[in-house]
Design a protein around this ligand. Sequence first.
Ligand SMILES: Nc1ncnc2c1ncn2[C@@H]1O[C@H](COP(=O)(O)OP(=O)(O)OP(=O)(O)O)[C@@H](O)[C@H]1O
Ligand SMILES: [Mg+2]
Length: 319
Amino acid sequence: MTLARLGDGHQRVIMFGGKGGVGKTTFSAATALHYAIAGRRTLIISSDLAPSLSDIFETEIGPTEQPVRGVKNLWGLEISREEVMRRWKEKFGPEVYAAATSLVDLGYDEVVDYVSLAPGIQEEFMLDYILERVRDGRHEMIVWDTAPAGDTLRLLELPHRLFSHLKLAPRIYLQVRDNLKLDKVPFGEIIERWGKLSGEITNWFRNPENVVFVLVTIPEALGVYQSQRLVGQFAHYGLNIRHMIINQVVLEADCEFHRQRQAMQAPYLDLLTNEFAGRMGLVRVPARPWEVKGVARLREIEQILFDSDADPGSLPGST
Ligand SMILES: Nc1ncnc2c1ncn2[C@@H]1O[C@H](COP(=O)(O)OP(=O)(O)OP(=O)(O)O)[C@@H](O)[C@H]1O
Ligand SMILES: [Mg+2]
Protein backbone atom coordinates (compact mmCIF):
# COMPACT_ATOMS: atom_id res chain seq x y z
CA MET A 1 0.00 0.00 0.00
CA THR A 2 1.31 3.41 -0.91
CA LEU A 3 -0.10 6.89 -1.16
CA ALA A 4 -0.34 6.46 -4.94
CA ARG A 5 -4.09 6.71 -4.72
CA LEU A 6 -4.16 9.61 -2.35
CA GLY A 7 -7.78 10.63 -2.70
CA ASP A 8 -9.24 9.93 -6.11
CA GLY A 9 -7.62 12.70 -7.97
CA HIS A 10 -9.92 15.65 -7.69
CA GLN A 11 -9.46 16.70 -4.07
CA ARG A 12 -7.61 19.93 -3.81
CA VAL A 13 -6.51 19.92 -0.17
CA ILE A 14 -4.42 17.30 1.64
CA MET A 15 -4.06 17.69 5.39
CA PHE A 16 -1.42 15.98 7.52
CA GLY A 17 -2.07 15.57 11.22
CA GLY A 18 -0.65 13.61 14.14
CA LYS A 19 1.16 14.09 17.39
CA GLY A 20 4.29 16.20 17.79
CA GLY A 21 7.47 15.10 16.07
CA VAL A 22 6.14 12.06 14.19
CA GLY A 23 6.89 13.36 10.69
CA LYS A 24 3.99 15.61 9.61
CA THR A 25 6.21 18.27 8.07
CA THR A 26 8.42 15.66 6.40
CA PHE A 27 5.49 13.91 4.70
CA SER A 28 3.70 17.14 3.83
CA ALA A 29 6.85 18.35 2.12
CA ALA A 30 7.42 15.03 0.30
CA THR A 31 3.79 14.98 -0.85
CA ALA A 32 3.92 18.59 -2.06
CA LEU A 33 7.12 17.77 -3.90
CA HIS A 34 5.41 14.78 -5.50
CA TYR A 35 2.61 16.88 -6.98
CA ALA A 36 4.94 19.66 -8.05
CA ILE A 37 7.16 17.19 -9.89
CA ALA A 38 4.08 15.70 -11.52
CA GLY A 39 3.45 19.16 -12.97
CA ARG A 40 0.67 20.35 -10.68
CA ARG A 41 0.95 23.85 -9.28
CA THR A 42 1.26 23.12 -5.57
CA LEU A 43 1.24 25.24 -2.45
CA ILE A 44 2.50 23.88 0.85
CA ILE A 45 1.26 25.69 3.94
CA SER A 46 2.52 25.17 7.47
CA SER A 47 0.45 26.50 10.35
CA ASP A 48 2.56 24.85 13.00
CA LEU A 49 3.67 26.81 16.06
CA ALA A 50 7.25 26.16 15.08
CA PRO A 51 7.11 26.07 11.30
CA SER A 52 10.01 24.28 9.68
CA LEU A 53 9.42 24.36 5.95
CA SER A 54 12.38 26.70 5.57
CA ASP A 55 14.63 24.10 7.19
CA ILE A 56 13.35 21.16 5.28
CA PHE A 57 13.51 22.88 1.86
CA GLU A 58 16.71 24.69 2.80
CA THR A 59 15.28 27.92 1.45
CA GLU A 60 13.67 30.96 3.06
CA ILE A 61 9.90 30.47 3.37
CA GLY A 62 7.84 33.10 5.17
CA PRO A 63 4.36 34.49 5.80
CA THR A 64 3.87 35.43 2.19
CA GLU A 65 3.83 32.74 -0.42
CA GLN A 66 7.06 32.24 -2.30
CA PRO A 67 8.48 29.80 -4.82
CA VAL A 68 10.53 26.99 -3.33
CA ARG A 69 14.02 27.35 -4.72
CA GLY A 70 15.03 24.60 -7.11
CA VAL A 71 11.55 23.03 -7.44
CA LYS A 72 9.30 23.99 -10.30
CA ASN A 73 5.57 24.32 -9.55
CA LEU A 74 6.06 24.52 -5.80
CA TRP A 75 5.30 27.46 -3.53
CA GLY A 76 5.55 27.59 0.25
CA LEU A 77 4.05 29.58 3.07
CA GLU A 78 4.64 29.50 6.81
CA ILE A 79 1.97 31.23 8.80
CA SER A 80 2.48 31.82 12.53
CA ARG A 81 -0.27 32.38 15.08
CA GLU A 82 0.63 36.07 15.30
CA GLU A 83 0.31 36.39 11.57
CA VAL A 84 -3.04 34.61 11.63
CA MET A 85 -4.29 37.06 14.28
CA ARG A 86 -3.01 40.04 12.33
CA ARG A 87 -4.76 38.93 9.16
CA TRP A 88 -7.93 38.09 11.02
CA LYS A 89 -8.09 41.58 12.47
CA GLU A 90 -7.39 43.09 9.09
CA LYS A 91 -10.16 41.11 7.46
CA PHE A 92 -12.88 41.11 10.11
CA GLY A 93 -11.91 43.91 12.51
CA PRO A 94 -13.82 46.79 10.90
CA GLU A 95 -16.99 44.69 10.55
CA VAL A 96 -16.84 43.52 14.16
CA TYR A 97 -16.22 47.02 15.38
CA ALA A 98 -18.98 48.58 13.33
CA ALA A 99 -21.49 46.07 14.64
CA ALA A 100 -20.45 46.38 18.26
CA THR A 101 -20.31 50.15 18.38
CA SER A 102 -23.74 50.48 16.87
CA LEU A 103 -24.89 49.75 20.42
CA VAL A 104 -22.14 50.71 22.83
CA ASP A 105 -19.29 53.09 22.79
CA LEU A 106 -16.07 51.10 23.03
CA GLY A 107 -12.55 51.49 21.68
CA TYR A 108 -11.62 49.69 18.45
CA ASP A 109 -8.91 47.58 20.06
CA GLU A 110 -11.09 46.58 23.01
CA VAL A 111 -13.81 45.22 20.75
CA VAL A 112 -11.63 43.60 18.12
CA ASP A 113 -9.20 42.10 20.65
CA TYR A 114 -12.05 40.61 22.64
CA VAL A 115 -13.61 38.89 19.69
CA SER A 116 -10.27 37.82 18.24
CA LEU A 117 -9.52 35.89 21.43
CA ALA A 118 -12.50 33.60 20.95
CA PRO A 119 -11.32 30.00 21.12
CA GLY A 120 -11.20 28.52 17.67
CA ILE A 121 -10.82 31.86 15.90
CA GLN A 122 -7.31 30.97 14.77
CA GLU A 123 -8.39 27.64 13.37
CA GLU A 124 -11.42 29.20 11.79
CA PHE A 125 -9.24 31.76 10.16
CA MET A 126 -6.88 29.07 8.84
CA LEU A 127 -9.81 27.18 7.31
CA ASP A 128 -11.19 30.36 5.83
CA TYR A 129 -7.77 31.26 4.52
CA ILE A 130 -7.17 27.87 2.92
CA LEU A 131 -10.61 27.85 1.38
CA GLU A 132 -9.91 31.29 -0.04
CA ARG A 133 -6.71 29.92 -1.55
CA VAL A 134 -8.58 26.99 -3.06
CA ARG A 135 -11.10 29.35 -4.59
CA ASP A 136 -8.61 31.82 -5.99
CA GLY A 137 -7.52 28.94 -8.23
CA ARG A 138 -3.85 29.80 -8.39
CA HIS A 139 -2.80 26.34 -7.23
CA GLU A 140 -4.08 22.93 -8.14
CA MET A 141 -3.03 21.27 -4.90
CA ILE A 142 -2.76 22.64 -1.40
CA VAL A 143 -0.85 20.57 1.13
CA TRP A 144 -1.45 21.60 4.72
CA ASP A 145 1.06 20.70 7.42
CA THR A 146 -1.09 21.18 10.51
CA ALA A 147 -0.12 21.84 14.10
CA PRO A 148 0.18 18.77 16.37
CA ALA A 149 -2.96 16.71 16.91
CA GLY A 150 -5.05 18.56 19.45
CA ASP A 151 -5.07 21.83 17.57
CA THR A 152 -6.19 20.30 14.33
CA LEU A 153 -9.12 18.67 16.00
CA ARG A 154 -10.19 21.83 17.71
CA LEU A 155 -11.22 23.32 14.44
CA LEU A 156 -13.81 20.62 13.98
CA GLU A 157 -15.81 21.75 16.95
CA LEU A 158 -15.35 25.30 15.98
CA PRO A 159 -18.83 26.66 15.43
CA HIS A 160 -19.79 25.42 18.86
CA ARG A 161 -16.78 26.86 20.68
CA LEU A 162 -16.93 30.12 18.84
CA PHE A 163 -20.53 30.54 19.81
CA SER A 164 -20.08 29.86 23.46
CA HIS A 165 -17.39 32.52 23.68
CA LEU A 166 -19.20 35.09 21.61
CA LYS A 167 -22.44 34.54 23.47
CA LEU A 168 -20.88 36.43 26.33
CA ALA A 169 -20.55 39.47 24.13
CA PRO A 170 -24.18 39.82 23.12
CA ARG A 171 -25.15 39.51 26.75
CA ILE A 172 -23.72 42.95 27.26
CA TYR A 173 -25.46 44.20 24.16
CA LEU A 174 -28.71 42.56 25.04
CA GLN A 175 -28.64 44.39 28.32
CA VAL A 176 -28.03 47.65 26.53
CA ARG A 177 -30.80 46.79 24.10
CA ASP A 178 -33.22 46.18 26.95
CA ASN A 179 -32.22 49.35 28.72
CA LEU A 180 -32.60 51.42 25.61
CA LYS A 181 -35.63 49.44 24.43
CA LEU A 182 -34.06 48.77 21.02
CA ASP A 183 -35.54 46.07 18.78
CA LYS A 184 -32.54 45.25 16.71
CA VAL A 185 -29.35 43.61 17.86
CA PRO A 186 -26.91 44.00 15.01
CA PHE A 187 -24.21 42.20 16.93
CA GLY A 188 -26.45 39.19 17.37
CA GLU A 189 -27.12 39.18 13.69
CA ILE A 190 -23.51 39.33 12.82
CA ILE A 191 -22.73 36.40 15.10
CA GLU A 192 -25.47 34.42 13.48
CA ARG A 193 -24.06 35.22 10.09
CA TRP A 194 -20.64 34.09 11.24
CA GLY A 195 -22.12 30.94 12.65
CA LYS A 196 -23.55 30.19 9.24
CA LEU A 197 -20.32 31.03 7.52
CA SER A 198 -18.20 28.88 9.82
CA GLY A 199 -20.74 26.06 9.41
CA GLU A 200 -20.29 26.31 5.66
CA ILE A 201 -16.53 26.32 5.97
CA THR A 202 -16.38 23.29 8.25
CA ASN A 203 -18.81 21.44 6.00
CA TRP A 204 -16.57 22.11 3.04
CA PHE A 205 -13.66 20.59 4.95
CA ARG A 206 -15.77 17.63 6.03
CA ASN A 207 -16.63 16.72 2.48
CA PRO A 208 -14.35 13.88 1.31
CA GLU A 209 -14.68 15.24 -2.23
CA ASN A 210 -12.66 18.27 -1.13
CA VAL A 211 -10.15 17.19 1.47
CA VAL A 212 -7.98 14.15 2.16
CA PHE A 213 -6.83 13.61 5.75
CA VAL A 214 -3.61 11.74 6.38
CA LEU A 215 -2.70 10.72 9.91
CA VAL A 216 0.96 10.24 10.78
CA THR A 217 1.98 8.00 13.64
CA ILE A 218 4.83 5.85 14.98
CA PRO A 219 4.80 2.21 16.16
CA GLU A 220 5.04 2.96 19.87
CA ALA A 221 2.49 2.92 22.65
CA LEU A 222 1.91 6.66 22.54
CA GLY A 223 1.54 6.67 18.78
CA VAL A 224 -0.97 3.83 18.85
CA TYR A 225 -3.13 5.35 21.60
CA GLN A 226 -3.11 8.73 19.98
CA SER A 227 -4.11 7.24 16.62
CA GLN A 228 -6.98 5.34 18.17
CA ARG A 229 -8.15 8.47 19.91
CA LEU A 230 -7.82 10.66 16.82
CA VAL A 231 -9.53 8.22 14.46
CA GLY A 232 -12.41 8.01 16.96
CA GLN A 233 -12.66 11.76 17.29
CA PHE A 234 -12.50 12.31 13.57
CA ALA A 235 -15.30 9.78 13.08
CA HIS A 236 -17.30 11.60 15.73
CA TYR A 237 -17.13 14.73 13.62
CA GLY A 238 -18.12 12.86 10.49
CA LEU A 239 -14.61 12.81 9.07
CA ASN A 240 -12.74 9.90 7.64
CA ILE A 241 -9.02 9.54 7.81
CA ARG A 242 -8.09 8.18 4.41
CA HIS A 243 -4.49 7.15 5.06
CA MET A 244 -2.24 6.41 7.97
CA ILE A 245 1.52 6.69 7.66
CA ILE A 246 3.42 4.64 10.20
CA ASN A 247 6.81 6.27 10.42
CA GLN A 248 10.19 5.31 11.87
CA VAL A 249 9.74 1.58 11.28
CA VAL A 250 12.94 -0.43 11.85
CA LEU A 251 13.35 -2.62 8.77
CA GLU A 252 16.75 -4.21 9.16
CA ALA A 253 18.08 -5.20 12.52
CA ASP A 254 21.73 -6.16 12.36
CA CYS A 255 22.72 -5.05 15.83
CA GLU A 256 21.35 -5.48 19.31
CA PHE A 257 20.04 -1.92 19.48
CA HIS A 258 17.96 -2.34 16.32
CA ARG A 259 16.85 -5.87 17.23
CA GLN A 260 15.42 -4.46 20.43
CA ARG A 261 13.75 -1.57 18.66
CA GLN A 262 12.26 -3.91 16.11
CA ALA A 263 10.93 -6.18 18.83
CA MET A 264 9.49 -3.16 20.63
CA GLN A 265 7.73 -1.99 17.46
CA ALA A 266 6.37 -5.38 16.33
CA PRO A 267 3.30 -5.57 18.60
CA TYR A 268 2.37 -1.96 17.88
CA LEU A 269 2.64 -2.55 14.14
CA ASP A 270 0.35 -5.54 14.63
CA LEU A 271 -2.09 -3.48 16.63
CA LEU A 272 -2.21 -0.68 14.07
CA THR A 273 -2.51 -3.11 11.17
CA ASN A 274 -5.25 -5.18 12.78
CA GLU A 275 -7.25 -2.19 13.83
CA PHE A 276 -6.93 0.11 10.84
CA ALA A 277 -5.94 -1.84 7.73
CA GLY A 278 -9.55 -2.43 6.71
CA ARG A 279 -10.57 1.17 7.24
CA MET A 280 -7.81 3.20 5.62
CA GLY A 281 -4.65 2.85 3.59
CA LEU A 282 -1.60 2.07 5.74
CA VAL A 283 1.85 3.09 4.58
CA ARG A 284 4.96 2.08 6.51
CA VAL A 285 8.00 4.28 6.24
CA PRO A 286 11.35 2.95 7.44
CA ALA A 287 13.51 4.85 9.90
CA ARG A 288 16.41 6.41 8.06
CA PRO A 289 19.89 7.00 9.44
CA TRP A 290 19.84 10.58 8.13
CA GLU A 291 17.54 13.51 8.83
CA VAL A 292 15.13 14.39 6.08
CA LYS A 293 16.42 17.71 4.83
CA GLY A 294 16.76 19.04 1.31
CA VAL A 295 15.09 18.05 -1.93
CA ALA A 296 17.21 14.94 -2.56
CA ARG A 297 16.28 13.37 0.80
CA LEU A 298 12.66 14.39 0.35
CA ARG A 299 12.64 12.61 -3.00
CA GLU A 300 13.61 9.37 -1.28
CA ILE A 301 10.70 9.76 1.12
CA GLU A 302 8.42 10.75 -1.76
CA GLN A 303 9.33 7.53 -3.56
CA ILE A 304 8.54 5.43 -0.52
CA LEU A 305 5.19 7.18 -0.17
CA PHE A 306 4.14 7.01 -3.80
CA ASP A 307 6.10 4.29 -5.55
CA SER A 308 4.57 0.87 -5.22
CA ASP A 309 7.88 -0.86 -6.10
CA ALA A 310 9.39 0.55 -2.96
CA ASP A 311 6.50 -0.59 -0.82
CA PRO A 312 7.98 -2.35 2.22
CA GLY A 313 5.10 -4.78 2.26
CA SER A 314 6.62 -7.53 4.36
CA LEU A 315 7.64 -5.65 7.42
CA PRO A 316 7.77 -7.33 10.76
CA GLY A 317 4.38 -6.97 12.33
CA SER A 318 2.52 -6.58 9.06
CA THR A 319 -0.19 -9.12 8.41
N1 LIG B 1 11.60 8.05 8.43
C1 LIG B 1 12.44 8.91 9.00
N2 LIG B 1 13.73 8.57 9.19
C2 LIG B 1 14.61 9.42 9.77
N3 LIG B 1 14.27 10.63 10.22
C3 LIG B 1 13.00 11.03 10.09
C4 LIG B 1 12.02 10.21 9.46
N4 LIG B 1 10.83 10.87 9.46
C5 LIG B 1 11.08 12.06 10.06
N5 LIG B 1 12.37 12.16 10.43
C6 LIG B 1 13.01 13.27 11.15
O1 LIG B 1 12.29 13.43 12.37
C7 LIG B 1 12.24 14.78 12.74
C8 LIG B 1 10.79 15.18 12.97
O2 LIG B 1 10.06 15.14 11.76
P1 LIG B 1 9.02 16.29 11.38
O3 LIG B 1 9.59 17.62 11.64
O4 LIG B 1 8.54 15.99 10.01
O5 LIG B 1 7.87 15.97 12.44
P2 LIG B 1 6.57 16.84 12.77
O6 LIG B 1 5.50 15.86 13.04
O7 LIG B 1 6.35 17.84 11.70
O8 LIG B 1 7.04 17.54 14.10
P3 LIG B 1 6.32 18.78 14.85
O9 LIG B 1 5.12 18.21 15.52
O10 LIG B 1 7.37 19.24 15.78
O11 LIG B 1 5.99 19.78 13.78
C9 LIG B 1 12.90 15.55 11.61
O12 LIG B 1 14.21 15.85 12.00
C10 LIG B 1 12.90 14.59 10.44
O13 LIG B 1 14.01 14.80 9.58
MG1 LIG C 1 6.19 19.96 11.84
